[in-house]
Design a protein around this ligand. Structure first.
Ligand SMILES: Nc1nc2c(c(=O)[nH]1)N[C@H]1C(S)=C(S)[C@@H](COP(=O)(O)OP(=O)(O)OC[C@H]3O[C@@H](n4cnc5c(=O)[nH]c(N)nc54)[C@H](O)[C@@H]3O)O[C@H]1N2
Ligand SMILES: Nc1nc2c(c(=O)[nH]1)N[C@H]1C(S)=C(S)[C@@H](COP(=O)(O)OP(=O)(O)OC[C@H]3O[C@@H](n4cnc5c(=O)[nH]c(N)nc54)[C@H](O)[C@@H]3O)O[C@H]1N2
Ligand SMILES: [Mo]
Length: 735
């Protein structure tokens, strides 16, 4: 029997899978092998996709029964319990904590292990909302700085062109973007077509990435956190050599020169004056940026000229460069370059940001509204755990003046950011171990992960091969897929809906929670039927499930801001001034010019390029070997990219390190032990360790697997309150 389904990890790709099932076992997974075309890219699985069954259906590794903690929190000692006992215990704590500390003392943490239309996290929030509320969050671990900052320039963050439009470019600049590994939906498919057409591609990245290698692209190595210095210098070259699009800047932008500063701000620093160094006496020349970034001045000049002179050029930033202490300024710098070169709203160009593209209607699940209005920035959850009641706007709290409760209960479902994926693991572990802070931690997962080890109750979840769901594209695509149940749940594993329903019943909220839906499948059908009312040409639900995917036809090639550029009188940018705000009065009024300047410009990051006590910069890229932490326990995947610290021969030699040596990587926050890969594929002064390895401390507290979050900080970026998890300094020595 062959059952179609679709991959449901949060990996940036969506793959159409065919499960070959014999006697209730998955023998193999195959995938879409169509060649595809620009109107219909193939949904082909990568090695991880074809390995899902080996990761997920190995009984020896799976959680099969509910567990209740018996040891110290985090120690990982549990006893097996019945579902009844576990659910009674959860319900007791749920009610006790609600009544003792208020509903807003309950926090559902981030986690995308289930990246479908119905997530366990949404289901838990749905129930908590009906039961008085919970502490909410905003932002993501993915792209907080891009998402938050883009709107200050354009008035919206919906500003990506269709990938298909790349085929109209004459130059593509991938700025810290590695779709060969991270997918980004079908971006790599289009880049391969672009390469075949002979469109030059440049990769700006501290590492010689798989993308650069596969596309035979030009590699421009750059130090992490120095991006906006290079961007400033490129702008300087465009100005000096009069290569910039003066007409574009004059027609659509505010704050480029003294003359175009908004009323009331004429005395503040405009962009032109900044580049020339009219105030600080420092012209932002390529030589200035070379000293900061390590990228030679000639390379900066050459890139500036090529970008400015290309008839249409697309600068596409990944999320890597903005997961830094100054990620907001990198976002603004890239948009600035797109404006200077007049590539905004132009076919083959790009807005320089562009996380989101408009998509056709998609199925979605509507959860109950949260009666508690307060939200924290997600990366500040450990700060909230520490500070709790009283934490306010200075830490990014929105919706309320200050938090009215401490965090007393954490619900962590299908997520590993309780420990593994959050910065400064040793600090997080200490906070979680302190039972006087959070009094109850509930996890549901398929494995006893580093996060699940910190739970008081662990519930065994079903994987996507054991249940139904639907999936929509990651950031761009004109399709959605059916996740079809392929095998029966292992052990006593249950879908989160089934046990949340039990808790709802114990709380007297069953009818409100289920609205008559017996199973999660009933809800999926409701979501689908709602969409079908909007899109009548959709097939019947059962036919959609049989096909495994629905693809919209006759979709248009979209160019963001085409209207605003063609007809500015009728279509102003949705900013306060109606223009692209190079100088943003709103940001200037924050009153923190050193870290949130009125204009795009380089702001050094703490623990960035400036030499400190630790000589190396460390970067935790996303690897093809895992989806974050998922598949780390699948040994077949390790060969794709073994967990090592990649360092340059010059840095290795200075430390007496040879390829394959066991080394310690350390800083003020912790130490890990792993083997070294000596390679010219990472620039001198930078070492790379793939993020997502399962934190595995030895008896001395040294992580023996190599989780870079042992070394990453919990610092929040100044404007977006985002995660600076790529901004790390450390050192390496022989173990
Ligand atoms: N240092 C550093 N840290 C980072 C990043 C970085 O670049 N550097 N990246 C950040 C980013 S972008 C993100 S999005 C976060 C990701 O953070 P998370 O979304 O928390 O990461 P995952 O490892 O994908 O966690 C998914 C969890 O779900 C479980 N799971 C898988 N399938 C199922 C299922 O079907 N049901 C249930 N119940 N559980 C399931 C997995 O076992 C795993 O524990 O990490 C962030 N952390
Ligand atoms: N296989 C796989 N795919 C994934 C994921 C996964 O875990 N595994 N995670 C998914 C998720 S949730 C997300 S959010 C995305 C993440 O997507 P990204 O955040 O874009 O991925 P990263 O690998 O962190 O960064 C992309 C590139 O930027 C480089 N880089 C890092 N810091 C800097 C810098 O300061 N400047 C410059 N110029 N370059 C820098 C890295 O070396 C890397 O090659 O990927 C998604 N896709
Ligand atoms: Mo992410």
């Amino acid at each position: 029997m062959i059952i179609p389904t679709m991959g449901m990890n949060n990996c940036g790709g969506r793959c159409l899978l065919y499960a070959h099932v014999e006697k209730g076992r998955v023998e193999k997974l195959t995938t879409d092998t169509s060649a595809g075309n620009p109107k219909c890219p193939p949904l082909t699985a990568c090695a991880r996709g074809l390995n899902y069954h080996k990761t997920y259906l190995d009984e020896a590794k799976r959680l099969l029964h509910p567990l209740i903690r018996v040891g110290e929190r985090g120690e990982g000692r549990f006893r097996q319990a019945s579902w009844e006992e576990a659910l009674d215990l959860i319900t007791r704590q749920w009610i006790r904590i609600r009544d003792a500390y208020g509903p807003e003392s309950r926090y559902v943490h981030y986690g995308w292990g289930v990246s479908g239309v119905i997530t366990p996290i949404d289901l838990a929030k749905h129930l908590l909302a009906l039961d008085g509320g919970y502490l909410g969050y905003y932002n993501s671990y993915s792209n907080a700085c891009i998402a938050y900052t883009t709107s200050y320039l354009y008035g919206t963050s919906l500003c990506g062109n269709s990938f298909e439009d790349l085929l109209h470019s004459s130059l593509i600049i991938l700025w810290g973007h590695n779709p060969a590994e991270i997918r980004f939906d079908s971006l790599m498919f289009y880049l391969r077509l672009a390469q075949k057409q002979g469109i030059p591609i440049v990769c700006v990245d501290p590492r010689y990435s798989d993308t650069a290698r596969q596309l035979k692209a030009e590699w421009l190595p750059i130090r992490p956190t120095s991006d906006s210095a290079v961007m400033d210098a490129m702008a300087y070259v465009m100005l000096e050599e009069e290569l910039y699009d003066r007409q574009f800047i004059e027609s659509y932008c505010q704050g480029f020169t003294h003359e175009t500063m908004p009323e009331g701000y004429e005395g503040e620093e405009d962009y032109f004056s900044y580049l020339q160094g009219l105030r600080d006496g420092l012209a932002k020349t390529p030589e200035w940026a070379a000293a900061i970034s390590g990228l030679p001045a000639d390379a900066i000049r050459s890139l500036a000229r090529r970008y400015a002179m290309a008839p249409a050029a697309a600068l596409l930033p990944g999320y890597g460069p903005q997961r830094n202490g100054n990620g907001e300024q990198t976002t603004r710098g890239a948009i600035m370059l797109a404006c200077l070169t007049g590539n905004v709203g132009k076919a083959g160009g790009s807005s320089g940001s562009g996380s989101w593209r408009p998509m056709p209607p998609m199925p979605h699940f509507e959860k109950a509204a949260n009666p508690y209005p307060g939200k924290i920035p997600v990366y500040a959850w450990t700060k909230a755990l520490e500070q709790g009641m009283g934490m306010g706007a200075e830490a990014g709290v929105i919706g309320v003046d200050a938090l009215s409760a401490d965090i007393k209960m954490i619900v962590n479902l299908g997520g590993n950011a309780l420990i593994n994926q959050h910065g400064d693991i040793n600090r997080t572990a200490a906070l979680l171990k302190d039972e006087s802070r959070c009094e109850f931690i509930l996890c549901s997962d398929v494995f006893l992960t580093p996060s699940a080890r910190f739970a008081d109750v662990v519930l065994p979840a079903v994987s996507f091969l054991e249940t139904n769901n639907m999936v929509t594209p990651w950031v761009a695509g004109e399709f959605f897929g059916a996740v079809n149940k392929v095998v029966e749940p292992l052990g006593e594993c249950r879908h989160e809906y089934d046990w949340l329903k039990e808790i709802a019943r114990r709380l007297g909220l069953e009818q409100a929670f289920t609205q008559g839906h017996e199973t999660v499948e009933d809800w999926l059908e409701t979501c689908y039927e709602k969409l079908k009312r909007q899109v009548p040409e959709l097939p019947a639900y059962e036919d959609f499930k049989r096909a495994g995917v629905y693809r919209y036809e006759n979709t248009l090639c979209h160019v963001a801001f085409a209207k605003e550029i063609a007809d500015p009188a009728h279509y102003p940018f949705p900013t306060p001034s109606g223009k692209i705000e190079i100088f943003s009065p709103t940001l200037f009024e924050r009153g923190k010019p050193d870290v949130i300047p009125g204009i795009p410009r380089y702001v050094p990051s703490d623990e960035g390029v400036e030499p400190g006590p630790y000589p190396l910069q460390l970067v935790g890229y996303h690897t093809k070997r895992r989806c974050h932490s998922i598949h780390d326990n699948n040994p077949d995947m390790e060969a794709l990219d073994p967990q090592r610290v990649h360092l340059h021969p010059a840095d290795a030699e200075a430390r007496g390190i040879h390829d394959g040596d066991l080394v310690l990587v350390f800083n003020q926050r912790g130490t890990m032990r792993l083997s070294a890969k000596v390679t010219e594929g990472v620039m001198p002064g930078v070492a790379a360790i793939a993020q997502g390895a399962w934190y595995t401390p030895d008896e001395k507290g040294i992580d023996s697997r190599g989780n870079i979050n042992v070394l990453a900080s919990q610092a929040l970026t100044p404007l977006a309150f985002g995660n600076a998890q790529h901004t790390i300094r450390g050192d390496i020595r022989l173990a």
